[in-house]
Ligand binder design. Structure first.
Ligand SMILES: [Zn+2]
Length: 216
């Protein structure tokens, strides 16, 4: 009999742009993945220490400053953790012009990527298999990470939100590209697939397919 371990997801919302980061691990497993750590690094570290978890990877959906603010702090606490990001977004990690922090009036950079990910690729971190889907339009190399236990779990960053989508008016953004990427690469997943966005509440693919005004 094959038993699928449950994926456990802990959300941390940072004050900086109310950005959502997540800690993801298998029930009973000693390793974990951190998604898009924002400014509240202490909240991530507190949960990790309470659960006795080691970070294997810092997975980034894209390089905007609210999503990378905590990368240096998490990497300092777990120097072995691999920083992973889409291949077409990696350069922005260390370039404040490309990651738009210069545009927002401050300069922020992150430690550089250890692993770059491509559309369609599968990669294992902390015993969990993640399928990568590149969906640009909010930022040029934005990716979503999809994991599965009894259902799919999508870490969508600023691609898809509850009742909304990521803004497309930044340099490198494109509305049509974003909409077609969401339709082709996310709405094809089963309706009960859970979406963990970079801002706002958790939702499902079924709910968004039915009621998201940008997709209807
Ligand atoms: Zn963003």
């Amino acid at each position: 009999m094959i038993s699928i371990k449950n994926i456990v997801i802990f959300k941390v919302t940072s004050e900086f742009f109310e950005e959502n980061g997540y800690i993801v691990h298998l029930d009973g497993h000693e390793k974990a993945v951190v998604f898009d750590p924002g400014s509240e690094v202490d909240q991530f570290l507190k949960y990790l220490s309470k659960k006795n978890l080691i970070i294997e990877a810092i997975c980034l959906t894209h390089a905007h400053p609210d999503h990378i603010a905590g990368v240096a702090g998490v990497k300092e606490a777990f120097p072995e953790a691999k920083i992973a990001i889409g291949i077409n977004e990696a350069e922005a990690l260390t370039n404040p012009q490309l990651n738009l922090s210069t545009l927002l009036g401050f300069e922020m950079i992150s430690p550089k990527a250890d692993t770059t990910l491509e559309d369609g690729q599968n990669i294992d971190f902390a015993g969990i298999n993640f399928n990568i889907r590149e969906i640009p339009g909010h930022s040029p190399g934005h990716i979503a990470y999809i994991a599965k236990d009894s259902r799919f779990h999508i870490f969508s960053g600023d691609i898809l939100f509850e009742g909304s989508i990521g803004r497309c008016d930044f340099p490198g953004g494109d509305f049509k590209t974003l909409i077609s990427g969401i339709k082709q690469k996310l709405l094809c997943l089963p309706p009960d697939s859970k979406v963990y966005p970079g801002h706002g509440s958790t939702t499902t693919i079924g709910e968004e397919a039915k009621s998201n005004p940008f997709l209807n």
